[in-house]
Design a protein around this ligand. Sequence first.
Ligand SMILES: *[C@@H]1O[C@H](CO)[C@@H](O)[C@H](O)[C@H]1NC(C)=O
Ligand SMILES: *[C@@H]1O[C@H](CO)[C@@H](O)[C@H](O)[C@H]1NC(C)=O
Ligand SMILES: *[C@@H]1O[C@H](CO)[C@@H](O)[C@H](O)[C@H]1NC(C)=O
Ligand SMILES: *[C@@H]1O[C@H](CO)[C@@H](O)[C@H](O)[C@H]1NC(C)=O
Ligand SMILES: *[C@@H]1O[C@H](CO)[C@@H](O)[C@H](O)[C@H]1NC(C)=O
Ligand SMILES: *[C@@H]1O[C@H](CO)[C@@H](O)[C@H](O)[C@H]1NC(C)=O
Ligand SMILES: *[C@@H]1O[C@H](CO)[C@@H](O)[C@H](O)[C@H]1NC(C)=O
Ligand SMILES: *[C@@H]1O[C@H](CO)[C@@H](O)[C@H](O)[C@H]1NC(C)=O
Length: 798
Amino acid sequence: MSSIEVFLPFLLAIWDVLRLQRSLDLHQEEKPDSSVYQSVQATLRTYMLKPRTRYLLPIFMVSYGCYLTQGLWISSNSTFICPIALDLPRDVPLMQIGALVLEFCLAVIAYETSPKSDGRGLSGRRCVIATYGALDMSIYLTGLTTTIPALEFIWSHKNPFPPTPASATKVAFLLVWSGRWTYRRIQQALGEKDPIRGSRQFLVLVLLCTALFPAWRKQSYIHFHPIDMLMYDASIHHNKYLEVVGNTNSLTETVSRYKQRYHRNPPPGFDVWFDYAKNRSVLIVDEFDQIYEDLLPFQAIPPSVLRRLTWEMVSNPWNEISGITIRNGEAKVQENVLPTHRWMLEGVAVLINSFARYLPDMDLAFNLNDESRVAVPHEQAQGLRTLALAKDQNGSGPFSTNRSAGWLPIPEHEYHETVFRESSWRNSFDMYGSVSCPPTSLARRSPRIASRSHLCRDCLAPHSLGQFLANWTDAADVCHQPDMAHLHGFYLSPAAFKASHNLMPVFSQSKPHGYNDILYPSAWNYMDKVVYNPTPPSGTPGNEDYNPGHPDPPFSQKNNTLFWRGATSEGVSSESNVWRGMTRQRLVHMANNLTSHPHDRVTILLPDLADHSKYKYQTLPGPTVKEIGLNTDIAIVDFIARCGGKDCDDQKAEFNLVKPSDFQAHWSYKFLFDLDGAGFSGRFLPFLQSHSLPFKTALFREWYDSRLTAWLHFVPQDVRLHGVWSTLAYFAGLNGTMWGRDIRWQAHEKEGEMIAEHGREWASKVLRKEDMECYFFRLLLEWGRLTDDARDELGFVV
Ligand SMILES: *[C@@H]1O[C@H](CO)[C@@H](O)[C@H](O)[C@H]1NC(C)=O
Ligand SMILES: *[C@@H]1O[C@H](CO)[C@@H](O)[C@H](O)[C@H]1NC(C)=O
Ligand SMILES: *[C@@H]1O[C@H](CO)[C@@H](O)[C@H](O)[C@H]1NC(C)=O
Ligand SMILES: *[C@@H]1O[C@H](CO)[C@@H](O)[C@H](O)[C@H]1NC(C)=O
Ligand SMILES: *[C@@H]1O[C@H](CO)[C@@H](O)[C@H](O)[C@H]1NC(C)=O
Ligand SMILES: *[C@@H]1O[C@H](CO)[C@@H](O)[C@H](O)[C@H]1NC(C)=O
Ligand SMILES: *[C@@H]1O[C@H](CO)[C@@H](O)[C@H](O)[C@H]1NC(C)=O
Ligand SMILES: *[C@@H]1O[C@H](CO)[C@@H](O)[C@H](O)[C@H]1NC(C)=O
């Protein structure tokens, strides 16, 4: 029920007053010796019962109570940008008022025109009774449709975030119940019958009180900080992970673990791969679930068809997909690659050539865009999976020797067929983003979330602990997060998006949950497009030759500031206002442009001023975050990219553009934010390698996602960004004033440094170039088996 519809009963009551109610002529014998109680009763009778407006107050109480209940859902605002400067259209409230009036008219008309059984049209007494019917109905319906979801909500959201205003629970229920009770008493006094008898009313009251109990008990203080708990969980999770990844020197053991995990024999050449991996001191040799999951559905497609699909994709330049050919142990970029993307494929070829001599002949189709390409609808994907799982691959033969004949050369004349559809510049969530979700999931079931300005709690609850992201893997799952449609540039309006619902074997650098692209380690990092390369100061301080350089000091000596620089490249905003939902823009807005407007208030978990061992979610005016000492340096560089028309001007007015800075300047800050662009963020690996602490939010996931543990190697942030301030407060500490009082909170320096150093150390073990080579090598052995005509007879046995 939308916000103001709950006033429908009240409107009906007014109409009822005007049309039907009459003041009563109460014959009361004045008794001079009446007690106080009796005189109160008499006064009540005179003022409540007698006038024709007798029902207005109680019904108003019910409506207003229901209205307050809605505070439960909207008690936390989203970070969706509502720039005050830009004069937001106010059509939403107007539409609601329109809907209310319409409903009211319908209710009245429906009643007034309904044929009466005696055929005499409206006649006084019948009319009054029927109206009571309509009023009663609307009160019951309004009450039920708001209180039942409210109670369910209270029962299912017992944690302290988001804080629920007392007005939304206690006051609201008191109003609804006492309004309803008064209404009933007046009816009784007038001798009307009530469909619900008195004894049942009592029962309802008891039920209500029981149901409300958690709301009363809900504590506003918490006695542990969620981050402490999440860090503890993370180390347990990582230790469990270490047990399964298998750091062994025995090929036999690795093969048997492979069979256990994937229920088939390893591909031919596995022994060479293992040797290769061990030569490069690779730690992870068992866990390659990403490869398994990515390739599984293709097992349902015959090898010759896979080869044909690869050829089709690379033969039509419109697809923006280019090929790499591996023949006789050498990888070459195919001739027809777009010049702008040549460097990328050449990088991939360099990466492949580090192990290509061990590979059989094959062709590969690479996605040249950052955006992913293939989203197979749920039902179809399930079918493919089932089919694939039914095949068994327990063979032991080597790769066929006649493989090169199976791959067609690029045609002389351009090939024009394609399964991809141009889907750029429009919302892609329903069409591609959520198609992989089960039909019963929130993302496919619910109508689009009505309000972008409020936080969707059902969307974040499954992966959150209070305000903090608790499970990085679950947070990638869009199936419970329909609000994502308005929170990321890739869904809102991707810049270069040619997508397909058909399963196509295309290799991409990153993908959001639900896409079927095959992930491979990006050449961006392999070819050092961005690199962690701090330089020490040189020369003598004070002298002319002094160069401060870009050192990477120990964590404790860094600037206590959250830092980000970047471009508005997440998606295209052209006359559509969609930039207001994009993650990058929202981050910049919340760091620089919070005003004291109510929508800009932030909810932040702070220690109690007196007792620092307990915490409470406080809702503060936007500018206060700076006053309590949270520092950010977050800005868009140079110009507004990927915008059109009015959206360019709006963003220019909203954002302060800065000059680009040296990438190596990052290391002087303690906290580095990492966000997706049009696809994955190439900076994350350098961030991890540094002594700084990366905060990361991402829709796009890369090949190494399962290797990292959130809260142990980096600090995860929800795409909604609603926990950024609380997280920063925890790690950076507070030193400032709030409500005119000094507020000090020690920074969790030790914890911050621990995550920064753990991430750095782990990245130097499992995210090296050698690890990229090994991942890719293994991926291509599996791809080689998939595309071999003798697929089922292939395999490696010790
Ligand atoms: C293939 O091997 C796996 C594990 O090694 C086993 O679970 C499966 O039953 C085997 N399939 C056949 C058909 O032998
Ligand atoms: C591993 O190293 C050994 C010794 O250096 C070498 O003989 C072997 O060829 C290497 N294996 C691979 C797959 O590179
Ligand atoms: C390779 O040879 C096998 C057996 O002769 C044959 O079945 C298969 O189709 C051939 N593959 C290709 C790609 O020509
Ligand atoms: C996240 O949730 C999944 C189940 O949904 C679980 O398997 C995994 O261990 C959880 N991850 C962490 C870090 O707790
Ligand atoms: C920390 O960084 C901020 C923002 O970049 C800058 O204004 C400030 O001067 C720096 N503080 C120190 C101590 O360098
Ligand atoms: C959310 O924003 C609205 C105005 O847009 C404001 O009235 C309301 O108080 C805000 N809620 C919170 C919890 O700050
Ligand atoms: C947003 O903040 C930036 C940096 O403080 C400022 O330059 C810009 O004018 C602000 N925009 C608005 C609309 O206030
Ligand atoms: C807090 O800020 C004040 C002035 O801004 C400064 O003098 C003081 O050293 C700071 N305290 C801490 C613990 O950082």
